[in-house]
Design a protein around this ligand. Structure first.
Ligand code: UDP
Length: 361
């Protein structure tokens, strides 16, 4: 049976808010800001596990913005909305591995609840999926038609398989209920509002460089990633949500310029003028050796491609993190004061020792 949702809700739509799940997070807060700029209300729900009140402090004065502390994997009480963005899930390896069961349930139960809400309200939903659905890819660059190479029993599985299962739910809601679902496979994204201790490579390297501390390169640093500046990514999410029904999905969203982690480290040192040296540490398990999106689908269907080069995006991110480091109040408790190792108190992604295996000057 195909249901198209409640038509009354759909027509009453204009006055209703857009729901941003995970709206106080790194991406969610930028998205909420842009949505308010375009007009209309935003209902942000966030369990504040990795999201932060500081990220949306400047939006809370706007009467069109509402923040509710809620967890999408638990019972939700949400009225009618105009559309849904599901960005709720810890996305950095140290955070999603800290409570892996919860991570899986956030993706699976949480996405299920939001799909039900979309079906009930008869509205469009954008699901934030991830390049992690490709695992350690055997196809390069990754196209949307590639099914991936994921270890289902490893330490990254809670995130990778959780997101894969969420995608599967999305496409079943399309087929079974006719819900208008858009699945965005988001590749590595960076920019202001990354947490100083979130353990991701760009925030780690910048914070380390700004403090003249050793830059922690995992493995040999020959693994690659492709980094998309946050403003570019938000523009893509908006274009995807605005695209007419039937737009191609899933859709890779990211920057196709690929760098080795060593190249990134050297660029960060150059841009910060740091005296940091590199230290080499064990590679976390199942760490993908290469990652680069094929974005032809987004180019064709959304007329979108990233504009901000890595060098420029890093400058803006360095500026932001420099300011955060100057204000200890804004640092997570584990990183205050003195700011010594970036994620000393948070669980690391490496099974076994995190000790440096050698040091390079
Ligand atoms: N990485 C690193 N040093 C760090 C943090 C990460 O060398 O301090 C490496 C990590 O092993 C991976 C890449 O940088 O190969 C990107 O890691 P990140 O956690 O940012 O994202 P993901 O692995 O999910 O792409």
């Amino acid at each position: 049976m195909r249901e198209k949702g409640n038509p009354e809700m759909a027509t009453a739509g204009a006055a209703l808010p857009l729901l941003v799940a995970g709206g106080a997070g790194f991406l969610g807060s930028h998205l909420s800001e842009q949505l308010l700029r375009r007009g209309g209300g935003v209902l942000c729900i966030d369990n504040l596990l990795t999201g932060e009140l500081d990220n949306v402090a400047h939006l809370r004065a706007d009467s069109r913005f509402e923040l509710r502390r809620a967890d999408i994997s638990e019972a939700l009480q949400i009225g009618a909305v105009r559309g849904i963005f599901n960005l709720a899930c810890p996305a950095s390896p140290i955070h999603y591995q800290a409570d892996p069961v919860r991570t899986t349930l956030t993706s699976v139960r949480g996405t299920h609840q939001l799909l039900e809400l979309a079906k009930h309200c008869g509205v469009r939903i954008l699901q934030a999926s991830t390049s992690e659905v490709y695992g350690d890819p055997a196809v390069h660059p990754q196209t949307e038609s590639y099914w991936g190479h994921v270890n289902p029993t490893g330490t990254r599985a809670c995130y990778d398989e959780g997101k894969r299962c969420a995608e599967s739910l999305c496409f079943d809601y399309v087929r079974k209920y006719g819900v208008d679902v858009r699945v965005a496979r988001i590749f590595n994204t960076y920019g202001p509002r990354m947490q100083t201790n979130d353990g991701r490579v760009i925030s780690n390297f910048i914070v380390q460089a700004l403090q003249n501390q050793p830059i922690t390169v995992y493995g040999t640093g020959s693994q690659t990633r492709s980094f998309c500046y946050v403003d570019d990514l938000i523009a893509a999410l908006l274009a995807f949500m605005d695209a007419p029904p039937g737009v191609a999905s899933p859709m890779n969203l990211g920057n196709p310029q690929e760098f080795t982690i060593l190249q990134l480290a050297e660029l960060v040192i150059e841009l910060t003028g740091s005296r940091s040296r590199l230290i080499f540490m064990p590679l976390p398990s199942d760490d993908p050796a290469q990652r680069c999106p094929d974005i032809e689908r987004a180019r064709e269907h959304l007329r979108w491609q990233p504009k901000v080069p890595l060098r420029e995006g890093l400058r803006r991110t360095i500026h932001y993190l420099e300011n955060v480091l100057r204000q200890p109040r804004r640092l997570p408790r584990s990183a205050r004061p003195g700011l010594a190792p970036v994620h000393k108190d948070t669980p690391g992604p490496v099974a076994g020792s995190l000790e440096a295996i050698h040091v390079r000057r």
